[in-house]
Design a protein around this ligand. Structure first.
Ligand code: NDP
Ligand code: MG
Length: 381
């Protein structure tokens, strides 16, 4: 039996992972699953997948979910008890798929496990990448990136000599507003921003994809996952999301990694322990399909200031990633609650990033208190 713990089981990534697990029920045992407050979906999924332990962060939602579930399921009453449990009871596989960086301490526990970490939660790498990768290395935890570009690099970079590579490109679909100028985007609504052409994802990452902040986060993510220098990494727009990454070698030749745009591919690899013949019939790429368009475009010039911040984060050892991600988090929440316009997401980040003093952050406690400082600073404006 493979024991699995899953942080963010009600989300887009979490439910897709559960759909893979369901097909191989006899192989897997769900140990701990975590969500925030999606009561109806949580009750349905708990009833269907029968986990041993559940943690629901929101206390009111927890009571309601608990009342609707079998009394044989253990519900943790605090993050502290959950963490104590995780320290003593190891799973074979951890899926870190909470949106944003609220449960980063759970990702750290998984990183320290010495087992396998399927890492979807990119914000954790943006704000604490060096420390997370350090913990993984110390404990010999295997990391499988659950992000299409990084999963493709994970396979592409195997047995490659980095000194022979001149550039590594991540592709970006460009989101729902691809091809439009920044000046045309100011009044875009949440409904428009959430309509991603290729992927069905949670709200936060969908907005990040529409602003292209997601791709900036992904450069930072790639730097940490594969220990790459910022100068090696670049972005190309590829609207169809069939090419996920490309390696350009010193002689100018290019190797592209292609697949259908589906997160089941990296999830099945991580959960089933390698490439699985079973998913081929649903997810193989029809190379004879004349509608496959492999064309590429430049990352838009009018988003250069975001790229500059990204480069600054990649060249820093301090809390720059936390500042970037927290400002973005605040802005995306305000936008989704219709408190600010789409264009103000950029303004909030660009107006504040350089003004905030940067400092070293070495522990989760420091990270959390620094995050609250930034929240208060922006709230007080
Ligand atoms: P969703 O918004 O669909 O799901 C988020 C999950 O996190 C839900 O289970 C939610 O619980 C849970 N959650 C949120 N806040 C908390 C909290 N404070 N405590 C406990 N649980 C919490 O997000 P996605 O699945 O789309 O994305 C998850 C992560 O994976 C993100 O970091 C994203 O960037 C990354 N990713 C996603 C991809 C995708 O295709 N979706 C692709 C690549 C990366 P509840 O439902 O109860 O609120
Ligand atoms: Mg991605």
């Amino acid at each position: 039996m493979t024991r699995i713990s899953m942080f963010g089981f009600t989300g887009s990534i979490g439910t897709q992972a559960l759909s893979v697990i369901e097909k191989y029920q006899s192989k897997f045992e769900l140990d701990v699953i975590v969500c925030n407050k999606n009561i109806n979906l949580a009750v349905e999924l708990i009833g269907r997948h029968n986990p041993k332990n559940v943690f629901v962060t929101d206390a009111d939602a927890r009571s309601e979910i608990m009342a609707s579930c079998s009394s044989e399921i253990n519900f943790f009453d605090s993050m502290h008890t959950l963490r104590q449990y995780l320290k003593l009871n190891k799973s074979d596989i951890y899926l870190s798929a909470v949106s944003s960086f609220d449960c980063i301490d759970l990702t750290i526990e998984a990183a320290k496990s010495g087992k396998k970490l399927l890492l979807a939660n990119k914000e954790a790498l943006v704000v604490f990448g060096k420390q997370i990768m350090h913990e993984c290395k110390q404990a010999k935890t295997e990391v499988i990136p659950i992000d299409s570009e990084h999963f493709s690099l994970f396979t592409a970079l195997k047995n490659k000599d980095l000194s022979e590579i001149s550039k590594i490109y991540l592709t970006a679909s460009g989101g729902p507003f691809v091809g439009q100028k920044l000046s045309e985007l100011h009044n875009k609504t949440p409904e428009e921003a959430l309509k991603h052409p290729n992927w069905d994802m949670g709200a936060k990452i969908s907005v990040d994809s529409a602003t292209l902040v997601n791709k900036c986060f992904e450069l930072i993510e790639a730097k940490h996952l594969f220990s790459l220098g910022p100068e090696l990494l670049d972005i190309k727009i590829h609207r169809q999301s069939v090419i996920h990454s490309m390696l350009e070698f010193k002689d100018g030749s290019v190797e592209a990694q292609m697949s259908q745009p589906s997160m089941i591919i990296p999830l099945a690899y991580g959960l089933l322990g390698g490439y699985s013949q079973d998913i081929k019939k649903d997810f193989s790429l029809d190379l004879l399909n004349r509608n496959i368009d492999l064309s590429l475009e430049q990352f838009p010039d009018d988003r250069k200031k975001l790229r500059d911040i990204t480069l600054d984060v990649m060249n820093s050892e301090d809390n720059s990633g936390l500042v970037f991600a927290t400002l973005n988090d605040i802005a995306v929440k305000k936008f989704l609650n219709k408190k600010i316009k789409f264009g103000d997401i950029y303004n909030l980040i660009l107006d504040n990033y350089y003004l905030i003093d940067k400092k070293e952050v070495n522990s989760i406690q420091e990270l959390e208190s620094n995050r609250i400082e930034i929240l208060n600073l922006i709230d007080g404006k």
